[in-house]
Ligand binder design. Structure first.
Ligand SMILES: Cc1cc2nc3c(=O)[nH]c(=O)nc-3n(C[C@H](O)[C@H](O)[C@H](O)COP(=O)(O)O)c2cc1C
Length: 235
């Protein structure tokens, strides 16, 4: 699947330029969009096709059909579907303002989305609508200790909260922030579930997965792994 996407070796070779450009962007109007991982990621980058936002089902039909699915066909997602799912999870829907599909508290976009694909683990970068590889290799078997559909499903999203930087004029209440992070991730998973219905895909939100193994593979440090969501083609 990924071979059909625009794929390039990124920021190892172009690291300085990319870091400078991102730094300039982060210093300007897109500051709240940028997360520490965006600078740390290195390796293969997947540029996703633009999301086809004119497609889809009426929202009432999508809501009526939403459900958890735990049985999937042995089939890949299309590039188009991957693009739509990542956009629904954490994409930008108002580029002029840098605002996103899903709401967040205080316009602090600190929840990142990782995509566990057969080729590796990738961090979704909303501003580029691209995936930056953080782990090469098939991590899916390690998502569960017991035999499970998540080990073969084409995609599992993992929602990860970055710590919010202290701001003396607007102090962060850690308990409240944890609630905000979970609410943000809830909105994100629901948007993915609704897009999935429109694409005849199945999804299941999963709290039970190997978070420590994921944390290690994705080289996370002080982030919180919130929840996962598996996506597959319905049989
Ligand atoms: C926060 C959260 C965690 C969940 N964790 C799991 C899980 O670990 N395994 C699983 O099979 N389903 C999990 N689910 C899915 C629920 O079991 C499912 O939503 C519930 O049974 C209702 O079914 P429905 O989604 O088809 O309406 C989770 C759902 C949520 C919102």
């Amino acid at each position: 699947m990924v071979s059909r996407l625009m794929k390039k070796k990124s920021w190892m070779s172009k690291g300085v330029t990319a870091a400078l450009l991102l730094g300039i962007t982060c210093g300007g109007m897109f500051l709240p969009l940028c997360t520490p991982q965006a600078f740390a990621a290195a390796g293969t980058e997947i540029i996703l096709p633009a999301p086809e936002t004119a497609s889809g089902l009426p929202v009432m039909q999508a809501l009526q059909q939403r459900k958890s699915s735990r049985r999937f066909a042995d089939a890949s997602l299309t590039d188009r579907q991957l693009s739509l799912i990542l956009w629904a999870a954490n994409g930008i829907n108002r580029p002029q303002e840098g605002k996103r599909v899903n709401p967040v508290a205080r316009r602090i976009y600190n929840v990142d989305v990782y995509a566990v694909l057969p080729e590796g683990i990738y961090l979704y970068q909303p501003a580029k609508h691209a995936l930056a590889q953080v782990f090469a290799g098939d991590f899916r078997p390690s998502l569960s200790k017991n035999p499970s559909y998540v080990q073969t499903a084409p995609l599992t999203l993992v929602y990860v909260a970055n710590p919010v930087a202290p701001n003396p004029s607007r102090p962060v209440d850690p308990v409240k922030q944890t609630g905000f992070d979970n609410i943000a991730a809830g909105a994100m998973t629901q948007s993915v579930a609704l897009i999935a219905v429109a694409e005849n895909l199945g999804t299941c939100v999963r709290g039970s997965f190997e978070t420590e193994a994921f944390r290690k593979a994705a080289a996370l440090t002080d982030q919180k792994v919130l929840i996962s969501q598996t996506v597959g083609v319905l049989p």
